[in-house]
Design a protein around this ligand. Structure first.
Ligand code: HEC
Ligand SMILES: [Cu+2]
Length: 351
């Protein structure tokens, strides 16, 4: 049975398709973030055209076959009047055979054509038109995305973040994919198809968004209990904004000033209770089992886009992540009220 929400989502998908045909803008992507019926970059464009082409042709085939079957079933043949005692000769006119040859030839030609089209599209999206200037190395883990921004010339300009990617609008970005545990699949529908993250292997793909905006992604391969809550966001920024964001991410966390006793004790509690799993650059917290939190407050969501990054949701997450994402690799830490408050006030300074 379809729930009300389900129906609304379907209606949204058809609406997006309609808007797409009429040439809407990035707004449509925000309404139906997981719709792959429209694309916002060169990689998705050719695939979406192929999809519509295959769909139109399949519908055409079904319609033509249905008409022919109906025609065959309803058509009456005229037989010569039957006279008792007469033996009718079995005759078979060769007339229909030509149609069968014609049908086979037509179908074969079309299927070969579609195969060539599909292979051509696959070849076209294999590599971007120009060599990307930026590379992001993504490591899938149950159930979040670690992202490391690489800089070949200057390793001091590299940094790590999680679940929310920023890319410059209008140019391709190289994505290297690996996984720490099981198979995941990197999928940002509006920007292109899926690429799997396979244990022991590095897969490469690329992303390009031609409209500034936010594009939602989702793990596309079942990877355990919280697979459904393993989403990501891609922000396509204007180049200057992107550069500013990158520079911001490079900064280490600021040490809380002398006077702020609650924040300072929060930082200390954080190092003891959380620092084994989370890194905050510039402090002694250097764990690698959970997301890097150096610039936590620059993210709009937490826990792989499961919750918005508000004070309330952040508190709820830290108090009991197992309630929000059961089996998540972050345990419930049984923090006391004051401890939770102190740690939270520290986290709010990590901008
Ligand atoms: C045993 C390791 C571990 C410990 C200890 C731990 N965390 Fe986590 N934390 C994780 C993992 C793993 C995730 C990712 C969970 C997910 O999204 O599925 C996470 C996610 C988070 C997030 C969301 C980050 C984001 O950008 O999505 C915050 C905030 C966070 N932890 C804060 C804390 C705080 C504060 C503490 C200490 C009170 C703490 N964690 C202790 C492992 C840990
Ligand atoms: Cu998954």
């Amino acid at each position: 049975m379809m729930g009300g929400g389900e129906r609304v989502r379907w209606r949204g998908a058809f609406l997006a398709a309609g808007v797409g045909v009429l040439g809407g803008t990035a707004g449509a992507a925000a309404q139906t973030p997981m719709s792959y019926l429209r694309s916002f970059g060169p990689k998705g464009e050719v695939t979406v055209t192929l999809m519509w082409g295959l769909l139109a042709l399949s519908i055409g085939v079904v319609v033509i076959i249905s008409i022919l079957v109906l025609f065959g079933a309803l058509r009456r043949r005229s037989f010569p009047a039957f006279r008792p005692g007469e033996v009718l000769p079995v005759t078979r006119s060769p007339g229909g055979l030509g149609w069968i040859y014609f049908g086979i030839a037509l179908t074969t030609t079309i299927l070969i054509g579609l195969t060539v089209w599909t292979v051509a599209v696959m070849a076209a999206i294999e590599e971007p038109a120009e060599e990307p200037r930026f590379t992001i190395e993504i490591t899938g883990q149950q159930w979040w995305w670690e992202a490391r921004y690489l800089d070949r010339e200057n390793p001091f300009r590299e940094f790590e973040t999680a679940n929310e990617l920023h890319i410059p609008v209008g140019e391709p970005v190289r994505i290297k994919l690996r996984t720490k545990d099981v198979i995941h699949s990197f999928w940002v529908p509006a920007l292109g198809g899926k690429t799997d993250l396979i244990p022991g292997q590095v897969n490469t793909t690329w992303l390009q968004a031609d409209h500034a905006g936010v594009y939602r992604g989702q793990c596309g391969e079942y990877c355990g209990a919280q697979h459904a809550k393993m989403a990501l966001k891609v922000f396509a920024d204007e180049p200057s904004q992107f550069a500013a964001w990158w520079n911001g991410q490079l900064k280490p966390a600021e040490t809380p000033p002398e006077g702020q006793t609650v924040v300072r004790s929060g930082a200390e509690r954080f190092r003891l209770r959380c620092g084994a799993c989370h890194a905050v650059r510039g402090t002694l917290a250097g764990g690698d089992l959970g997301p890097d939190l150096t610039h936590l407050m620059s993210r709009t969501s937490i826990a792989a886009v499961t919750l918005p990054n508000t004070v309330g949701d952040l508190s709820g997450w830290i108090a009991d992540p197992q309630h929000i994402k059961p089996k998540s690799k972050m345990p419930k830490l049984e923090l006391s009220g004051p401890e939770l408050a102190a740690i939270r006030s520290y986290l709010l300074t990590l901008e």
